[in-house]
Design a protein around this ligand. Sequence first.
Ligand SMILES: *Cc1c(COP(=O)(O)O)cnc(C)c1O
Length: 367
Amino acid sequence: MIIPCFDLSRQYDSIKEEVQKSVNDVFESGRFILGKNVEEFEREFSSYIGVKHGIGVGNGTDALHFALVASGVVLNDEVIVPSYTATPSVLAISHAGAKPVFVDIEPDSYCMDTSLVEKAITKKTKAIMPVHLYGHPVDMKAVMEIAEKHSLKVIEDASQAHGTEYRGKKVGCFGDAACFSFYPTKNLGCFGDGGMVVTNNEKTENSIRLMRNMGQDGKVYHSLSIGFNSRLDEIQAAILKVKLARLDQMNNSRRENAKIYNDILGDSVVTPEEKEYAKHIYHLYVIRTKNRDNVRDFLSKNSVMTGIHYSIPVHLQKAYMKIGPGKGKLPVTEKYVDEIISLPMFPEITGDEIEKVSELVKKVVKS
Ligand SMILES: *Cc1c(COP(=O)(O)O)cnc(C)c1O
C-alpha cells in the first residue's frame, strides 16, 4: 500500500454528498459567475479570518498581484519578500511591475527573518510581503513595526495559512491586505483554481472588485479601470462553503498528526518548530536531514511518497537570476533547500501510516 504525500480522494469520501448537492444547486440555478455563493463565501471567509472584506478572485497569484496594485505598488517599486517561498509570491510582485528584493529566512520557523528586513529597505521600497510558509506565521509584530516606521504597505501571503494564528489572531488580519489561494491541496482547497484577498480597507476592496472583473462595476458594460478577468466562480465558492465549515477540524487533525510525527521522530531529524507566538496548521510537515536524497529514495522504495518544497529558491531560478542577489547571499535558504523533505501530511492520514513513515525515516538516517 502506497502512502501518498497528499490524498484528496480520502477527503472527498467524507464530504461527497454535501458537495454534490451544493454543486448541483449551482447547475440548476444557471448562475455561474459572481452570484450568491461567491458573495456568501466572501462574507464567511473574511469573517473567519476576522477582516471586513473578502474579494474572491481566480487564484492566489492574482490575489497577490491585485492586492499589491490596489495598495499602490507601481512600476519600479521594490517589495521585500523571502526567496524561500513558492514562486508565485514573487511572480505577483513582477506582475505588478515591481522588483522583488529577497531576504533570508529564520533558521527555525522557515519564515522571513524580520531582523533582515530593515537592511533591505531603500528609497524605492513600497511594501513588505511576509509569507506564512508551511502554515507557520511570520513574526507579524516585528513586520508591522518596521512597516509603520518606514511607511510601507504589508501584503500577507497567507496561501498556506488558512487558520494559522499569530498571538491568538488569525493571520490575514495584520497587513493592509492578505491573500489566500484555494488551490486543491491547500488547507482550504477547491476543485480547481480559486483565491481571495481580504482587507479592512474599503478603497482596496473596491479597487480589487473592479480589477477582477475587467474594471467593470456591477453589470454595466463600462470599464472604469483597466481590469483583468479573474473571478472566483460559483461552483468553487459552493464547494468552499462546504469545506470552510470543516476547516478547523481538518487543521486540528493536521496538528495531531504533526504531534505523532514529532513524538516518534524525536531527534533523529530536525522536526518543525512552533514558535511561542504561533499556532501552526501544518500545510506541510517539513523535516531536515543530511543525505536527503538517500532518505527520499529509501522511503520511495518502501512506498512512501515525499516532496521537496521547494528545491530551487526563487533567487536562483532562471527567471530571477538576473536581478540578484546571486548565489551565496542567502545562506540559510541555500543550505536548507538541500536538506528538506515534506513527509506525507493531510487530515485523513492514519496514525499507523505516520508510524510507518516515521520508523522508516529513523531506520534510514541511522544506517
Ligand atoms: C499556492 C501558493 C500561491 C499561489 O496560489 P495559486 O492559487 O496557485 O495561484 C502563492 N503563494 C504561496 C506561498 C503558495 O503556497
